[in-house]
Design a protein around this ligand. Structure first.
Ligand SMILES: Cc1ncc(C[n+]2csc(CCOP(=O)(O)OP(=O)(O)O)c2C)c(N)n1
Length: 374
């Protein structure tokens, strides 16, 4: 069904979310219609933030907001849903639109399998009534479901539309662009060249897929890399956890701006760790490129200033390969916590593949390799 039609039936005028590839049509429609306009549409840092923002909207207007998310973000909404929205607390009603990755019976990547299996159960456990929207759903079925949801919402409870692959369409042609020229994949290739045999922890999304393919193309082992395929926003904390235990080893974290924003508190903790062996490279394309290119708030903030205020000893922002190489080489030699922000274009290869070895095997090889390092 057309995104416009779905939102017309839902009938809200405030939307906040974290983009999802399965909800791309809906996100594109919202971006085309509102852009980022704080009165109507906000892409927030994580799904919990969205829920809180939507709660504030409800408190100020008495109206019912919509929060959209990939089911990976269910974990992030559970805290505010259970301890803020629930009708045994404030009874703040909202409508969730949840992209259902890893639906049982539908092939998907390892990070989506268990989350997909428990998607409906988690919502039910959170006392959120669900309706599954798929390609076959007719307008009157959706209208009917929304009618029933209205009665639930009126009691202060929340509801969710769980969206199957291909259920939402949008014909608009929105193109997400910026003025930067370095591609994420090429930046990663340069990091791989300089880091040599140092361990790399890479972030969720295409960055990890590109890293995997670069190793394949170079004929290198994957044991150097830990791919944070799920748990977006946590790769820098994983890197921190490893770096403090391996003080004699340079650990590189390849992060994304959306991921950094999602759990930005991690930077404050990293900044106080006192470890000189961690290099945090944030590839900032100002976008959630992996799921379609929708903007993040990081296009307009200075990550280097945030990092230095958090205690990173050395921070720098680069936007060309000469400067990147110079900074990567300096970071390799430096004993000091480093943040390199690499400003990047929005985009990826069309034929980008996915890791072909099982996640468990990658973990085992990475751990074995780490065990040989000081
Ligand atoms: C908690 C959570 N919410 C949403 C997603 C879906 N998701 C996967 S990658 C991604 C975008 C990551 O953006 P960024 O870190 O800027 O990296 P880019 O894709 O631009 O390289 C999103 C939203 C997810 N995996 N986990």
């Amino acid at each position: 069904m057309e995104a416009e039609k779905i939102l017309d039936i839902i009938g809200a005028d405030f939307y906040t979310g974290v983009p999802d590839s399965q909800l791309k049509a809906l996100c594109d429609y919202l971006m085309d219609t509102y852009g980022i306009d704080f009165r109507h549409h906000v892409i927030a840092a994580n799904e919990g933030n969205c829920t809180a923002l939507a709660a504030g909207y409800h408190l100020a207007t008495g109206k019912i907001p919509v929060v959209y998310l990939q089911n990976s973000g269910e974990g992030n909404i559970i805290n505010p849903v259970a301890s803020l929205l629930n009708d045994q607390v404030y009874a703040i009603p909202m409508i969730f639109i949840v992209g259902w990755r890893g639906e049982p019976g539908v092939h998907d990547e390892p990070q989506h399998i268990y989350q997909g299996k428990i998607t409906l159960k988690l919502l039910e456990d959170m006392d959120i009534r669900t309706f599954i929207l798929d390609k076959e759903t007719k307008e009157d079925e959706l209208r009917n479901a929304m009618g029933k949801f209205q009665a639930v919402l009126a009691t202060g409870k929340s509801v969710a539309f769980v969206v199957r692959k291909g259920a939402v369409s949008y014909n608009g042609k929105i193109k997400y662009e910026n003025n930067y020229t370095m591609s994420r994949e090429e930046i990663i290739r340069h990091i791989v060249a300089v880091s040599e045999k140092d361990p790399i922890i890479s972030t969720t999304g295409k960055a990890s897929r590109e890293l995997f393919e670069i190793r394949e193309a170079n004929g290198q082992d994957h044991k150097y890399d830990f791919l944070t395929v799920g748990s977006m926003g946590h790769s820098s904390s994983i890197a921190l956890g490893a770096a403090v235990q391996k003080p004699g080893t340079k650990i590189w974290c390849i992060d994304g701006d959306g991921a950094v924003l999602m759990h930005m508190g991690a930077m404050a903790v990293i900044g106080t760790c006192g470890c000189g062996n961690l290099v945090h490279v944030v590839i900032n394309n100002g976008a959630h490129e992996t799921v379609g290119g929708m903007p993040t708030a990081a296009g307009n903030i200075e990550l280097t200033k945030i990092a230095s205020a958090c205690g990173y000893g050395y921070t720098v922002c680069v936007d060309d390969f000469d400067a990147l190489d110079k900074e990567l080489n300096a970071a390799k030699k430096r004993n000091g916590l480093t943040l390199i922000e690499a400003r990047a274009a929005i985009g990826a290869r069309d034929d980008l593949g996915r890791p072909t070895t099982p996640a468990i095997e990658n973990k085992r090889n990475f751990m074995e390799y780490l065990s040989t390092l000081a």
